[in-house]
Write a protein that binds this ligand. Structure first.
Ligand code: HSE
Length: 298
């Protein structure tokens, strides 16, 4: 009647795939406990790590749980404990981890009545509370692992994209908060056709490269000509970090989700660690606290 789960952090956008592409960070994430109770309803009984609302309707994990709960309307309820390691506003899918964790755990306790796409649909409701719009590019990789592509939101269609062997991510999280809703508000409503052409050429090439384990093509495709010019201005020392990542041998780098985290992809763990050492040097002189994760992508 109780399940303990690990709900992973994720990197959304992955440079050229704004709002559709994402990948899972297997070794970074939140822990959650979901428990069946006699009392009907959804109750958040414990939150550790960060100060977040206990009212289910105001909590991302609670809202997605309520969406699923209302769909089944059982004669019992659920308690949710959240042990948060992913800082809200860090750009590595904090809200998505919470939104996915509650519905994934409930589904396990119920004997898996829903598939992962249906669970993600419930989680979209929770994610929307945090970012003020419905997007699933963090939710899908948190739910399915690896790389995922959100083909459409209505109806929700998610594609699992293969991960080449030996692909690693190095991610730096400067300890400043950028709200996704604010990072979305600064984006232009329209894009120039020439930029759109560049972006979808890179995006299609990146997907092809992931399928064919073509690291050279990954390197040539990890570029963002649409969103990065706006959002990079919100992130202190963004260009220095990106340059250090590329100089240290990363295949490419960009803003993780809506920032402030910055991600890079590398071939092999040795390069990923070299990238870590290089960006540590850049940020050590800034006076801004930060943490860095190196993780294999599975
Ligand atoms: N695709 C979303 C955005 C991800 O960039 O606004 C937010 O984490």
């Amino acid at each position: 009647n109780e399940i303990k789960i690990f709900s992973p952090a994720t990197v959304a956008n992955v440079a050229c795939g704004f709002d559709v592409l994402g990948f899972c960070l297997d070794s970074v994430g939140d822990d959650m406990v979901i428990r069946k109770t006699d009392k009907k309803g959804i109750y958040i009984t414990k939150i550790e790590g960060f100060d977040l609302p206990f009212e289910a309707e105001l909590n991302v994990a609670g809202v997605s749980a309520l969406a699923m709960y209302e769909a089944i309307n059982p004669d019992f309820g659920f308690e949710i404990e959240i042990y948060k390691n992913i800082k809200p506003g860090s750009g590595i899918g904090s809200s998505a981890a919470s939104a996915v964790g509650s519905v994934f755990g409930m589904n396990e306790l119920l004997g898996r009545p829903f598939n992962k796409t249906q669970l993600t649909e419930f989680a979209v409701k929770g994610e929307a509370l945090a970012s003020k719009c419905e997007h699933a590019d963090n939710l899908a990789p948190a739910m399915l692992g690896g790389f995922t592509l959100v083909k459409s939101m209505q109806p929700l269609e998610i594609l699992q994209i293969p991960t080449p062997e030996d692909l690693y991510a190095t991610i730096i999280h400067p300890q400043i908060e950028i709200k996704t809703s604010e990072a979305r508000a600064i984006l232009p409503k329209d894009v120039a056709l020439s930029n759109a052409v560049t972006q979808w050429a890179n995006f299609g090439s990146l997907i092809h490269a992931l399928h064919t384990s073509d690291f050279g093509l990954i390197e040539r495709s990890l570029k963002d000509v649409i969103v990065e010019p706006y959002r990079s201005q919100l992130i202190p020392h963004y260009q220095d970090v990106k340059k250090a990542m590329l100089d240290a041998g990363a295949l490419g780098a960009g803003i993780s989700g809506s920032g402030p985290s910055i991600f890079s992809l590398s071939k092999g763990s040795e390069t990923a660690v070299n990238v870590k050492d290089a960006i540590e040097k850049v940020y050590a002189t800034t006076g801004i606290d930060f943490d860095i994760h190196v993780t294999k992508i599975n």
